[in-house]
Design a binder for this molecule. Structure first.
Ligand code: MG
Length: 385
């Protein structure tokens, strides 16, 4: 039996992970954690009977505890806060932790899970973007597997499987271009959250859907790829592939390009990470090349979608600049979703925060968390009036 922990079980990756588990009788849920959605957590606890359930929000944890008790569900403990998240991430006899919380909140639990020897199915790019220099050496030290769940990184991972020490000349990350592909800055001025939340191909959480619309998501993925595959930033290229059929590619030194293709369905990379190196049947639609008829490519428009460029800039600077890039984006996206700022303000705010930051080359975990707070404060003082 594979014992699985899901951090972020009520989000898009979390619920799809549970779907995969539902279809595989040799997988069991050991612990689940979420921020606020207690009703869904209760349903999940009822169906999967984990040992441990964490609600980040403490008041809501009490409510859930009562609900679970009233329903007569025995042997389920409810925990809360960062300590609760860490308790889930390190729970004994779990084999793998699905890190699917959104944002930098995942850093501490992921680090603790690695230290307790768990493999990680990784869907929390913000953690690697800001703390890759801390996490990757720990992965090595504790000998755990860091298995990418992000579709692009899973694709790259699948493309290099069995290639041993063959060097990569290039990583080519594909991007759908999001809902505003082809638009110019003028047209993006009046964009509202509901417009940005309509992604053409992928069904995802709110934050990542906005990140796709600004192309910040692609920038975060470039940096994530740099850490996961130990590559120079400038060997990573982004190509727009609007049909989202090619999930990413690698080029070897002899010019051979390997690509992984499939229907845009996150259950494939999730199941691959949970079963690695085994492949299993996955119900649902498979590719029909007669129906697709064409796959097209474009160069990203980095003048309109500055997020991607800013990510490369932050990535080249490295150190704490990556935390500034990420934290400024997290805050700006939250404010955009609350209708407090415009769509184009997101990249403007990231730029402002980056250009006023004095970089620390090798930030500690504490530095990272402090800088996150400072960036939030800076943006709040300036924009949240
Ligand atoms: Mg992705």
């Amino acid at each position: 039996m594979k014992e699985i922990v899901i951090l972020g079980s009520t989000g898009s990756i979390g619920t799809q992970t549970l779907e995969v588990i539902r279809n595989n009788s040799d997988m069991h849920v050991k612990a689940i954690a979420a921020g606020n959605s207690t009703d869904l957590l209760f349903e999940q606890a009822h169906e999967f009977m984990p040992e441990l359930v964490c609600v980040y929000n403490k008041d809501k944890a009490h409510k859930l505890e009562k609900q679970i008790k009233d329903a007569g569900l025995k042997n389920i403990s409810v925990v809360s806060g960062m300590n609760g998240l860490i308790e889930c991430a390190t729970v004994s006899s779990a084999d793998i932790v699905v890190a699917a919380v959104s944002g930098m909140i995942g850093i501490k639990p992921v680090i603790e899970a690695i230290k307790s020897g768990k493999d990680i199915a990784f869907a929390n790019k913000e953690t690697l973007v800001t703390a890759g220099h801390i996490i990757m050496p720990l992965v090595k030290k504790y000998g755990i597997k860091l298995l990418p769940v992000d579709s692009e990184h899973s694709a790259i991972f699948q493309c290099i499987n069995g290639e041993h020490d063959n060097k990569l000349a290039k990583i080519i990350i594909t991007a759908s271009g999001g809902p505003f592909r082809g638009m110019k800055r003028e047209e993006l001025k009046g964009i509202k959250p509901e417009d940005a939340l309509k992604h053409p191909n992928w069904s995802m959480g709110k934050k990542i859907t906005i990140d796709s619309a600004t192309m910040v998501n692609k920038g975060l993925e470039v940096i994530e790829a740099k850490w996961l595959f130990n590559t120079e930033l400038d060997n990573i290229e982004v190509v727009i592939q609007p049909q989202s059929i090619i999930h990413s590619m690698v080029e070897f030194e002899d010019g051979a390009v390997m690509a992984q293709l499939g229907i845009p369905d996150m259950k494939l990379p999730i199941q691959y990470a949970l079963c690695y190196p085994e492949r299993r049947t996955l119900k649902g639609e498979h590719l029909d090349f007669y129906k697709i008829s064409q796959i097209t490519f474009e160069k990203p428009d980095i003048k309109t979608f500055e997020g991607l460029n800013l990510a490369y800039e932050a990535g080249r600077t490295g150190g704490s600049m990556l935390t500034v890039f990420n934290a400024a984006n997290e805050k700006a996206v939250a404010m955009f979703l609350e209708n407090k700022i415009g769509f184009l303000d997101i990249s403007k705010i990231i730029k402002e925060c980056m250009y006023t930051h004095e970089n620390i080359a090798n930030p500690s975990l504490n530095d990272i968390l402090e800088i996150e707070k400072d960036v939030y404060k800076f943006i709040e003082n300036r924009y949240a009036k």
